[in-house]
Design a protein. Structure first.
Ligand code: GAP
Length: 438
């Protein structure tokens, strides 16, 4: 499939079927902001739940928190974000548009765009790059003055460090341990784009894993978390050939990172960062002047931090892209059943047969108590299948004439299109076996 074309198809499907809408659509949108529709919120919640299940519930060394978006501005001074959380910005001296100096593709495209002054074609000229801080400012209280200035958090991470002492004293965690968090972050991105890929408001899922400050421990934990995170994406069905690791060059590392490696996804617009694994060393805790006292051994030290930081909007977008397929005359989202918005859809074979409708309604009402289930009685069965295929529903259940006699239904598999007859009584358990597993 032609790659630009694929992106257009994803954006159009996302809007048409209620996954993702431009924010404030009725007023022409707002660059870098997106809303999730009825199906998008399910997909995104499923991704978040799978992440939390894996990172918190299945482990005994990670606890969760949910910190506030606005923090005391001292946090951002100490963390280095006010001084160093910036991207290089250049301005075109001819048209005054601004771009990220390190976004080579955008820069080259802009240079190819004809610019003219008084009808004469002129070459693009750039200003020198300057650092542009990405933190978004807001004001608290009734006076818009500098002393009331606060920041929307540029990463969710600092809430973990600011709560480090509270977490240690209120729970049973001991180094090595991790703190997991999911939440919104905000960045005044210079060039938002590629649909939700680079937004100004987005969600992150992170674990800050605290270890003893020893080289060997650091390498071991870094390697371990790289593998864990890659495995998580593969386990939810992302294609292996579309994922790779890419170590950061020293000059592209964030100000807090001793070393960093990205998990990249092979997007239609190139290999792009999906998640970062960062060795933050003792950067954050020492900047916040926090030490850890081991309650058993009594020793005191500043732990090092290995961080896994993924973007939920990017994961959602890449799961959609990865799952998109065109199979003969149908579009199928081959989403893993664990993240598919609906697990099943129920249809009465005919919409004008009261007995069929009534039995199908019963099946639908029952399944909805177990997992998200869709209902469709419009058009013919073929159209209903296609409609569910396009949003990734793994199983379609049809109540037909035989159902009235022997209380069985057909269950059609999204990917193989094969059908089985299953007793209504066993249906919920059968489907739960296919779509759920703790
Ligand atoms: N706490 C570390 C941190 O924030 P990062 O590499 O700046 O590290 C982590 O961001 C992840 O957050 C990225 O891998 C990406 O998935 C996501 N992310 C970052 N900026 C984003 C943006 N503007 N839009 C959408 N997702 C973004």
């Amino acid at each position: 499939m032609e790659q630009n074309n694929l992106m257009e198809k994803i954006v159009s499907l996302a809007k048409r079927r209620g996954f993702i809408f431009p924010s404030s659509d009725i007023y022409g949108g707002i660059t870098g902001f997106w809303d999730y529709g009825p199906l998008g919120v399910e997909l995104k919640n499923n991704i978040k739940r799978e992440w939390w299940k894996n990172m918190v519930y299945k482990r005994d060394d990670v606890v969760g928190i949910d910190a506030a978006i606005i923090m005391n501005p001292e946090v951002w001074k100490a963390s280095g974000h006010i001084a160093a959380f910036s991207d290089p910005l250049v301005e075109c001296k001819v048209c005054h548009n601004r771009f990220r100096a390190d976004d080579k593709e955008v820069i080259i495209n802009h240079e190819k765009t004809p610019h003219n002054i008084n009808g004469v074609l002129v070459p693009v000229e750039w200003t020198d790059p300057r650092n542009f801080n990405l933190l978004i400012r807001a004001y608290l209280g009734v006076v818009e003055a500098q002393q009331n200035e606060v920041y929307l958090r540029g990463e969710i991470t600092q809430g973990v460090f600011a709560n480090f002492k509270n977490i240690v004293s209120s729970s049973r965690v001991r180094v090595p341990f991790g703190v997991a968090q999911i939440g919104k972050a905000f960045r005044n991105e210079i060039t938002p784009g590629h649909f939700t890929f680079r937004s100004r408001e987005f969600e992150q899922m992170e674990v800050e894993y605290f270890i003893k400050p020893e080289e060997e421990e650091g390498e071991k934990a870094f390697d371990y978390w790289k593998k864990e995170r890659m495995q998580w994406y593969l386990g939810l069905g992302m294609k292996k050939e579309n994922l790779r690791f890419r170590p950061h060059e020293p000059d592209e590392r964030a100000h807090y990172a001793r070393s960093a490696e990205d998990i990249e996804y092979n997007a239609p617009f190139g290999w792009k960062e999906l998640e970062g694994i960062h060795h933050r060393g003792d950067w954050d805790l020492s900047r916040h002047k926090i030490k850890y006292q081991d309650p058993d051994a009594g020793e005191e030290y500043t732990p090092w931090v290995i961080e896994t930081s993924g973007g939920i909007d990017r994961a959602t977008l890449f799961f959609l892209i990865d799952a998109y397929s065109e199979d003969k005359d149908r579009v199928v989202l081959k989403l893993h059943p664990k993240i598919a918005p609906y697990k099943a859809a129920v249809f009465p074979l005919l919409a004008n047969k009261p007995e069929l409708i009534s039995l199908a309604r019963k099946v639908y009402d029952d399944l909805r108590q177990h997992f998200p289930t869709a209902w469709d009685d419009r058009g013919n069965i073929g159209k209903r299948y296609y409609s569910q295929d396009e949003i990734g529903t793994p199983y379609c259940i049809t109540v037909d004439h035989q159902s009235l006699e022997d209380k069985t239904v057909t269950v059609r598999d999204r990917d193989t299109t094969e059908q089985k007859r299953i007793a209504i009584q066993k249906l919920a358990d059968y489907l739960k076996d296919q779509v759920y597993e703790f």
